[in-house]
Design a protein around this ligand. Sequence first.
Ligand code: GDP
Ligand code: IMO
Ligand code: MG
Length: 424
Amino acid sequence: MSNTILVGSQWGDEGKGKIIDVLTGKVDIVVRSQGGNNAGHTIVRGSEKYVLHLIPSGILRKGKICVIANGVVIDPVALVAEIEGLRARGIKIEKNLLISECAHLVMPYHRTLDRCREDLKGKNKIGTTKRGIGPAYGDKIARMGLRMGDLIRPELFKQKLSLRIRENNLLLKELGGQPIKGGRALAEYTAAAKMLAPFVTNTVTYLHKAMAAKKEILFEGAQGTFLDIDHGTYPFVTSSNTTSGGACTGSGVAPNRIDTVIGVIKAYTTRVGEGPLPTEDDSLGEMLHEMGREFGATTGRSRRCGWFDAVATHYATLLNGVDELAITNLDGLDGLEEIRICIGYRLDGKGAVLDTPPSDAGELARCHPVYTTMPGWLTPTDKIIRYKDLPLKARRYAEMLAKLSGAQLTIVSVGPGREQTIYR
Ligand code: GDP
Ligand code: IMO
Ligand code: MG
């Protein structure tokens, strides 16, 4: 499989965790290179369900190495809890996890700032996960961040922390947030540092040695294309580059070492949090929610749902250089007589048909979708294991999504389990 980047081609929660878990069978190393514990990647193995936030979705497979690379922002206390939670369920986490010394830390003041800024925005809020992701990346870019390398050097960490707390408490006071208690933060982070220190290393060197030894790497994207800080529906985005380039800067593996980019798309569209979603459709959402689906893996919020938006996924194919597509949740549409696909937008519902999403979030919110419709297959697909056994109408639908998105269809997923994966 050589080196592959897997990204979400929509607004996150496309089913990346499931597809990563499936593909990990064929690779040696899985790397997370951006985002933080705002991510929630679900893997279902037998009757067991796992939701991973910071740890790469390769962790359930024996003999695979998982790397949290430099581009990720790490809340060390949350990471310790995640490791302990997995260990308690019998998952081995020892030498199979490596953490970059250059990864930035999410600090308690980041979480409080995240909350305060959302509150101040009122109805204009982003709807963040309140995990402190934006403020942590903000500090990184402003060159005021603390990194894993600082965390594992107790004296240095203590000094840097006290300076950062002093400044952030001034800010928090003005914003009406609770000031951070330095002693408590130091104690919590020092305890986490002791547990995490053995995993911390230069992951760039590790990855390059591994490539020299012909090991194969899978880069696990977090969030989705339209949450990208540069290319997404700004400001209703997350604070990292969720598109494929982020995997390179976020890991220290150059673009010419990447062989394939896989885009994951849901057979419809979902979004959690605020911001434009042109194909949003409440009755489709109601149907999916009644099936017990589309509730956030990190915050439990119900996801907004809409029809498949090919204008968005076609743009995502360009931004990411998507070669291959994995379509997930096809089974979610099994009960529909007719399915809509958005093939264009009209600003305010009039004028020329747009084939590119406007970069201004306000304009995108004013876009009315232009739909084509396809007949539904009205047959359960969740037990089907061969592509040719899918109903013809389901195959036509999946192939249409791939054609409109501009990449090759290679995987169709018809359920959360590993075995519910069909190769084309
Ligand atoms: P991620 O963030 O992209 O990894 O996606 P999430 O885990 O947040 O959300 C995807 C949800 O869809 C999870 O509950 C998965 O278990 C589930 N899922 C993934 N693929 C399929 C599928 O093909 N069919 C069904 N029914 N569920 C799926
Ligand atoms: P995975 O990896 C879906 C959304 C939040 C909010 C916006 C900014 O599971 O696909 P943040 O806390 O990052 O500052 O929030 O981004 N968001 C996600 N939506 N899936 C995710 O991750 C997300 N991570 C962040 O809901 O709208
Ligand atoms: Mg998710």
